[in-house]
Design a protein around this ligand. Sequence first.
Ligand code: HEM
Ligand code: MG
Length: 331
Amino acid sequence: APGTPPAPLKFNGTKLVHDRDHPWTSLRKGDMRGPCPGLNTLASHGYLPRDGVATPAQLIQAVQEGFNMENGIARFVTYAAHLVDGNLVTDLVSIGGKTRKTGDDTPAPAIIGGMNTHGTFEGDASLTRADAFFGDNHSLNQTLFDQASEHCTHWGLYNMTVAAELRYHRIQESIATNPQFDFRHLRFFTAYAEATFAYTFFVDGRISNRTTAGLDMTNATLFFRDSKFPRDFWRPPFPTGPIGFNEIAQAHPMVPGRNVQGINSFTHDPSSGDLTDLCLIYNHLANVVVRGLYPNPKGVLRKNLIINLGHLYSGTPKQSGCEEVFPYGKL
Ligand code: HEM
Ligand code: MG
């Protein structure tokens, strides 16, 4: 049965996380890494299983312990990823590509492809990964990383201001080059959240001005390319999440939409939730995406879907006041 989500940390201040118990090691054959530099780093330091295959409980514990990610946001992204990319019977998900290590697949149309799977959680206009249309959607793309560095050279370090410009630039780039550009639903939310993560979580916890200080390119290279903590790295000084999310979104307002007829045909999709409407994004995820992957589950699969959907709901922000949905009924 799926484990219960870990509680918030007891000691939730800053501390050394690149410590003796968590040395970086290089990849062995079969180890999975993927589109998330945060999870990649946690796996390469042993906060997650080093093979990159983990349970939701391990993911939440690791992002809390290693990066002081706040419990609610950790739950929301973990159960979102697990429901669309993981194996709901074995309770395992790959942070990278599909692997037999997550156990026997349940029947199609379930994908169980790990976090590299395009269009479930992973999506377009990532900052350092290419759109799936161009091939590799999960490895660091040097051209994109250099472009991010150039934004930083121009603006200083990677902070909220740079994040807002780079986020917008990548969206415009995808509109102009990716005929299949899709920027709706969960991706509309995660694209802005992830833009905040690099200055929120990758900046040493002993630095107090969290949003102006910024991430330098030496450390950015370690996290984004090498899945590695800088020497003597301390986690943030309090449990935290997408600080500056609204500022980044409001710097260059966008509506959710997609290219409907090739490049430069970006069209608003009013059926998609936007940033004022996280509950619509949660509803779409549960009632459309998960339902689409699991149209008619039976037995333990149905039971675990219900349990994991409950945990997902528990990660929606209290202040949003979302109403819980039950696409598979209740236990
Ligand atoms: C991107 C999953 C926590 C930093 C992503 C992506 C996934 C993902 C699937 C790819 C989305 C895309 O760009 O297309 C998760 C899950 C988490 C988690 C399930 C919690 C369990 C974290 C943490 C950090 C982080 C704690 C920072 C320490 C990032 C960044 C990106 C990203 C910076 C964007 C990369 C880019 O745009 O090039 N995450 N993540 N994530 N994640 Fe995570
Ligand atoms: Mg992506």
